[in-house]
Write a new protein. Structure first.
Length: 273
């Protein structure tokens, strides 16, 4: 384990050669978006896809809480870590985050593995729309809701800690009357195959180069991200992990740095640029 400010072989490993980045919620904590599993983070259980589609009660519960979380989450700005990633010139940035902050920072070649919370899809007709439009409809249908619950805590996916959602009105799709859902991958859903194949291809393209897979701010708890670390290790591609606390990929990493992402990635950007 290495610490920034000392001789850092992880930094040296990533200083030259092609990079593929895999980022997680830890990268956005400095933007005010909490982490699911970082040190000291409270236990959180996101709504699963199966629960969401179980009926109107679950959908009311989801949208009542998401309405509150989005009103704050949409104000988040890219932090130094996001800006550093944008400057690194990575072959591909694979992000498990749904906050859209990599795109806001101007990062080229980004795959939002789990989608973006700013997009909405109708489960019936599959029409996609902007979250901004739905947010206004939610506000119009539920006047005073945000002000009444202004003190609830926000979660990483734009949800909040709120149990009583009775009376919240959920608008339907304006085209067909179907159920609206954020266009993100819930627990219990699969990441679309083309996204997965694109990410695997970027990792596999590192074979024979002096490049590496850099993981920043992810505990790799879910397989959607861990599988790329496993593939890199299988192919002999060095894996570097920068994360506060242990991850499921630590035993596969050539280097593990237990530190925050903003400072470390900023140092890497200075070296590479």
């Amino acid at each position: 384990m290495t610490l920034l400010g000392q001789q850092d072989p992880a930094l040296e490993r990533c200083a030259a050669g092609p990079l593929v980045l895999l980022t997680g919620a830890g990268l956005s904590t400095d933007s005010g978006i909490p982490d699911y599993r970082g040190p000291g983070a409270p236990a959180r259980t996101p709504m699963t896809y199966q629960e969401f589609v179980s009926g109107p009660a679950a959908q009311q519960r989801y949208w009542a809480r998401s309405h509150l979380g989005w009103s704050r989450m949409k104000r988040a700005e890219p932090n130094a870590g996001h800006r550093a990633v944008a400057a690194l010139g990575a072959e591909l940035v694979i992000t498990q985050n749904v906050d859209g902050l990599h795109e806001a920072a101007g990062t080229p070649r980004t795959v939002a593995l789990h989608g973006r919370i700013a997009d909405i899809v109708c489960l019936a007709c599959r029409r996609t729309t902007s979250r901004a439009g739905l947010q206004q409809r939610l506000e119009d249908a539920n006047p005073g809701w945000a002000a009444t619950h202004a003190d609830v805590a926000v979660r990483p996916d734009g949800d909040v800690d709120l149990e009583d959602t009775h009376g919240f009105v959920v608008p339907a799709c304006e085209d067909c009357g179907g159920v609206l859902k954020p266009d993100v991958v819930f627990f219990g859903e699969n990441v679309p195959k083309p996204r997965v194949e694109c990410c695997y291809a970027a990792v596999e393209a590192l074979v024979g180069s002096d490049g590496c897979l850099l993981v920043a701010g992810s505990s790799l708890t879910v397989m959607s991200g861990l599988r790329f670390v496993r593939r890199a290790a299988q192919l002999g591609i060095p894996v570097v992990i920068v994360n506060r606390g242990p991850t499921r990929g630590d035993d596969l990493a050539a280097h593990k740095v237990d530190t925050g992402t903003s400072e470390w990635l900023s140092a890497l950007a200075e070296v590479r640029c």
